[in-house]
Design a protein around this ligand. Structure first.
Ligand code: SAM
Length: 558
């Protein structure tokens, strides 16, 4: 049984087959289908929840669902079952519900429609491969949209769907939150802006699919071909509020205007609009003053080295003793974000982390010449284990020289429940790609420990919530390019004060007093050094807390 369950869920994952709640489908269909004559398409109809809602809606409006519903679905079992149900229940023409890949469907096959509704499959790029991906990307290219090969399947689905919408028509879909923060989604946002008169993004305090790690929002696009689009967003507490709008108990879809151009160019993120207005305006104002810098203006953030076989290249004290490695082939390495205590990563932290298996040594061979016998023996042992044939190792020469090993100025953890840890590298350690590394620009105006102190203020906490992105389980993930956009107070010319503060914050954080560290950093850096007043600090602190709480309430079980 467990084997067949596993296979079922793997199959669902490969097809992105997670079906929509009827409350969501009813609402999207209610919004998109306005007249008895509307034709409606679901490009990947799965269990048919959208088509059933559309049939009901058309019947209520006095239309005839039999000939007005169109769709495609790639899963033959589901297709057969749903086509026969929709045929029996509503007389839907079987020919209009195509079995196959949506990207093989040309607009001429079913004709353009008044309304596209649905929930496109979400298949990440590493599973969305081969011919299927090529076809999808070519369909997007036909619409003039160049999608990167990192795109998940929903992106070309959305673009191809827009191409099937009639002038004046509407599109209403469930889309992953990635539309609001992923780099690969920018051309999609741009295309939506060029294709419709208005785009409304609906977000929810509670997750729409609580059992899935993927966070989603609802996209409503109207007035096809009346671009450029006005962008609007609206945040709801829960799904029940959609039904209130449908019943007319709540105001129709008025929302807050957002800067579509800034969103399409990646200059702003949707999440900024979830910050209360006063705090948002203050944050934007600060962003443009000399007192604040983005982390990328001070340092380069990148990923750590890639060994290709971590267990082989990372050694414990015991390994070093057993194999008798000479010291010159060893570099102290830190491997886990958990090991980054306080604001400084010290030798004592490295020793402690090594005991816990979170740090150790990297076997670092710069030149293959004149290797001592002990090292050669270890490499032979690796080759016997097949390490030299692993993907990364076989593509470099010699296979055992790990490239891009830098001793950075600091480290940054990339996944965290609260704020990612940023610490200075006082232990002169190196780190693999389980951590981000910071290298100060030659002309950086702040040393790394001052950056680590400034990282604790409410401005940075708010900024990290805005620039990073929420992962399943309520975690905050921050990619190097996102980290480089995080805002920091620039503390200049107060070296002694900052050194004292850094020491205090280091102690507080090591004891787990995060809140006190934040208050202390706000008081000294934001108030005393930069000159913000107390009420500004509270605004920023509250906004950061709100975003964090919203994110953590989106854990899978919430
Ligand atoms: C997220 S589910 C949504 C199904 C349905 N619209 C709903 O909301 O309940 C995505 C569906 O896309 C189908 N699918 C995946 N790739 C497809 C493709 N290339 N063409 C058509 N359907 C596809 C899957 O089999 C799955 O039924």
């Amino acid at each position: 049984v467990s084997q067949s369950r596993k296979t079922e869920s793997e199959y669902a994952k490969a097809l992105g087959a997670f079906y929509t709640d009827s409350q969501i489908a009813d609402f999207l269909v209610w919004w998109a289908v306005r007249s008895r004559n509307d034709t409606v398409m679901d490009p990947s109809f799965g269990g048919g929840v959208f088509l059933r809602a559309a049939a009901t809606r058309l019947s209520q409006l006095g239309g005839n669902p039999a000939g007005q519903l169109l769709g495609s679905e790639i899963d033959p079992v589901v297709h057969r079952e749903i086509v026969s149900k929709l045929h029996d229940e509503f007389g839907v023409k079987k020919d209009n519900l195509v079995l196959g890949d949506f990207f093989r469907l040309e607009a001429s096959r079913l004709g353009k429609v008044d309304a596209v509704v649905g929930n496109p499959p979400f298949i990440r790029f590493h599973l969305f491969t081969g011919e299927a991906r090529q076809r999808a990307l070519s369909c997007a290219a036909v619409q003039g949209v160049r999608l990167s090969s990192l795109s998940s399947s929903w992106a070309p689905f959305l673009v191809h769907s827009v191409g099937m919408t009639k002038p004046g028509g509407r599109l209403a879909m469930v889309v992953p939150m990635e539309i609001a923060h992923a780099g690969y989604a920018l051309p999609v946002l741009d295309f939506l802006g060029r294709s419709f008169g208005k785009i409304t993004l609906l977000t929810f305090r509670r997750k729409l699919f609580p059992h899935l790690s993927e966070d989603t929002l609802l996209l409503l696009a109207e007035n096809k071909d009346a671009s450029p689009a006005k962008f609007v967003k609206r945040d709801f507490n829960h799904l029940g509020q959609l039904a209130e709008i449908q019943r007319g108990d709540r105001l129709p879809l008025a929302g807050t205007r957002i800067d579509g151009e800034a969103l399409q160019q990646g200059r702003e993120r949707l999440i900024e609009y979830l910050v209360p207005k006063k705090a948002r305006e203050l944050y934007r104002k600060l962003k443009h003053t000399d007192h604040f810098k983005s982390l990328g203006e001070l340092a380069d953030v990148g990923i750590g080295y890639v060994t290709g076989a971590n267990d082989f290249f990372h050694l414990t004290h015991d390994d070093v003793r057993t194999w008798k490695f000479p010291e010159r082939y060893l570099r102290p390495a830190v491997r886990r974000g958990r090991a980054l205590a306080g604001l400084r990563f010290l030798d004592s932290d490295w020793i402690q982390a090594s005991r816990l298996g979170e740090a150790g040594y990297l076997l670092f061979i710069e030149s293959a010449e004149a290797l001592p016998e002990t090292v050669r023996r270890y490499l032979k042992h690796g080759a016997a284990l097949g390490v030299d044939k692993s993907y990364k190792c076989r593509t470099r020469s010699p296979w055992f020289r790990v490239p891009h090993v830098y001793e950075p100025d600091g480290f940054l953890s990339y996944m965290s429940g609260a704020l990612p840890s940023l610490v200075s590298n006082d232990a002169c350690a190196v780190a693999p790609n389980s951590l981000h590394i910071l290298r100060l620009h030659p002309n950086s105006i702040m040393p790394c420990d001052a950056i680590a102190a400034s990282w604790q203020t409410s401005v940075t906490r708010l900024s990290a919530e805005i620039e990073g992105h929420s992962m399943g389980g309520g975690m905050l993930k921050i990619e190097p390019s996102e980290a480089e956009r995080v805002l920091l107070a620039a503390v200049l010319g107060s070296a002694r004060r900052v050194a004292q503060l850094t020491w205090e914050l280091d102690q507080l954080i090591r004891r787990g007093n995060w809140q006190e560290a934040q208050m202390r950093a706000d008081n000294i850096i934001l108030k005393d050094i930069i000159g913000l007043d107390g009420s500004d600090c509270s605004l920023l602190r509250c906004a950061a807390r709100q975003l964090r709480e919203r994110r953590s309430s989106r854990s899978l079980t919430a």
